[in-house]
Design a protein around this ligand. Sequence first.
Ligand SMILES: [Zn+2]
Length: 477
Amino acid sequence: MRLGMAAVCFAVAICGNAGAQSVPSPAGEAGLSHQVLKTLIETDTTHRSGSTTVLEGKIRTMLLDAGFPAADIVVDGPTENRGNLVVRYRAAHAVKKPLLIIIHLDVVEALRADWTMDPFVLQVKDGYFYGRGTQDVKGNAAAFLTAFLELQRSRWTPKRDVILALTADEEGGAHNGVAWLLEHRPELVQAEAVINPDMGGLLLRGGKPAEMAVEATEKTYADFLFRATNPGGHSSLPTPENALYEVADALGRLERAPFPVELNAITHAYYVEEQKLANPERAALIARLLQRGTEEQAAAELSAKYPWDNAILRTTCVATMMQAGHAPNALPGTASANVNCRILPGHSAEEVRKRLVAIADDPKVQVLYRAEDDSESATAPTRLTVAPPPPRKDIMDSLHVAMDALHWNVPVLPIMEAGASDSIYTANAGMPSYGFSGIGVESGDERAHGRDERILVSSYDQGVVFTRVLVKALGES
Ligand SMILES: [Zn+2]
């Protein structure tokens, strides 16, 4: 592999030094992918002081230099610093609908004092690239951008449009780029399916590829309030009306009333694969889960053992905060608890709220919906999220082509994410969305949002090859 050779020489040249070294501008093919990564890491895209628009200006120049027509590169956004860049790799005569790749360019804050080196200078040490965003998720933005630049320079033309959207405000902020594009510039991002390398991806164990996780659906987030209000009074004269007990009792009932078990196309596919990989005891439990008649008991046993299974087998709602009373010697006039829910796809927040009302089972305990802006309402949104279809063949086939190019003979695990990413917007816009990437991360070395964030130089170089093969396969699918 040409790139692998070049990358090894490059890494050795730099790693030969004892301390961390800032990355110079090397020549050659690996030089391009490393230079792109350097530009991305070293341009500040934090919320406090950064700007995705500034970085997109540099990326736009790279794309123009590689030969992309100016008309196929759009930078647009709601504010000066929250730009989104969309580049369309145009097919000559497209028959099929485009495929879309979404990657956020913003990064979480990093304090120089917390790190052992400057987080906004790409550095190489002990075979790793260090810098804020190397894992989350500028490493992948750089790999996809490099693929676009190299393929354009090689004069390759896809059979269907492949769109790359580099976006703002995934890590917080009021202007999520994917949501903004879908609302304000839908013509730029309409596609048949979506890839979001922010989620899933290649897991390494002992430096070797172990499994490829493909995130294919997500739970949604909702907060509710359990609230009781009483007249209150002197604590020396307790009455049966005590807001604190009422809310606490309702929470006790919540703890003892898990939501029903429900498998969807993705979690079912996950367990089919997981059964082959799991230890014998877990595999036996999964076999019973997948069998009609024994699924409830098996789900209960799995949930008791593994929080991850509990999270993907059902909607979960858990008490996270409580507020009550105003003085140690007074009966509490009000009590309220925050109940945080992670809702399975295919269900609405209002559906969950009604179930919470039934679980609370006390007319004195109100169950309110608490919106993102902290406002409270008696009902929750009724909008259903989209239940996932089975994994798409064009995407999965392209993934396998890219894995084969690197000789990664590892299991592919479809997963449902218990948290949320930008895929929730594209999935709910009717575009099945898949999270995976070819930049392997060692199990236990996940440093996204953390200090000394890093990726192996060799993982990045292989990820660059994987990504180029992937983009080509997607464009020809
Ligand atoms: Zn991310």
